[in-house]
Ligand binder design. Structure first.
Ligand code: GRF
Length: 220
């Protein structure tokens, strides 16, 4: 089966981009990363793309008079590269409903919480402030509403004694880096069906949509 041409949109470090690049090095992986787009020229993810030999484009939102104009430039980059699927990976710009609709069921996002809990920013600090025992990440299809949409994969990580937001964030990133490649593989291989805004997986195996942090197994 032809691998699905995928773009990854970033704003920063791009450690999730790296996880996707690493997974896609396997010729049997159903998606190929063909383009990286950053809205920030200094994003380290651009260097990761360069090292992986993947074309990268900077579309700096500050150079455009409106969100629509900014997105039109991103669309042009996606079209030129023949992109079929889009992964948002730490892309810190809100997308218009028009853009989201054009990529309906073809665009994924990763969010560092167990959605629908803790939408928005500063998730780890809020989890700690609530005294929660568990948190994680969610890979979902993108909808116009922020941090909402049919869920494909969730990763679960424990909150441990002595955690601060940074330490907890690092632990959540470990499950992010396993959850995102798995979710993209599901979408790229055509196994995802959306019914009533719930994602179903053809031939789903038990536990396939769940990534557990190794610390969880050491609790008992
Ligand atoms: C991740 O925590 C992701 O869940 C959130 O932004 C962060 C991006 O990290 N959307 P990175 O750039 O992939 O390292």
């Amino acid at each position: 089966m032809a691998r699905r041409a995928t773009a990854v949109l970033i704003s920063g470090s791009g450690s999730n981009l790296q996880a996707l690049l690493d997974a896609a090095r396997d010729p049997a992986y159903p998606a190929a990363i063909r383009l990286v787009v950053s809205n920030r020229p200094e994003a380290f993810g651009l260097e990761r793309a360069r090292r992986a030999g993947v074309p990268a484009a900077v579309v700096d939102h500050r150079a455009f008079p409106s969100r629509e104009a900014f997105e039109a430039e991103i669309e042009a980059e996606l079209r030129t590269a023949g992109i079929e699927l889009v992964c948002l990976a730490g892309f810190m710009r809100v997308l218009t409903a028009g853009f989201v609709e054009r990529w309906w069921d073809r665009m994924l996002n990763i969010h560092p919480s167990l959605l629908p809990a803790y939408r928005g920013l500063h998730t780890h600090a809020r989890v700690l402030a609530d005294g929660a025992a568990v948190t994680g990440c969610t890979v979902h299809l993108v909808r116009p509403e922020l941090d909402a949409g049919p869920i494909l994969v969730q990763g679960v990580a424990p909150v441990l004694p002595g955690d601060d937001a940074e330490r907890l964030g690092r632990r959540v990133l470990e499950v992010e880096h396993r959850a995102y490649p798995r979710a993209l593989a599901m979408l790229a291989s055509g196994r995802v069906r959306v019914r009533g805004e719930r994602a179903m997986l053809l031939d789903e195996r038990p536990g396939e949509r769940l990534v557990l942090h190794p610390e969880l197994g050491r609790r008992e």
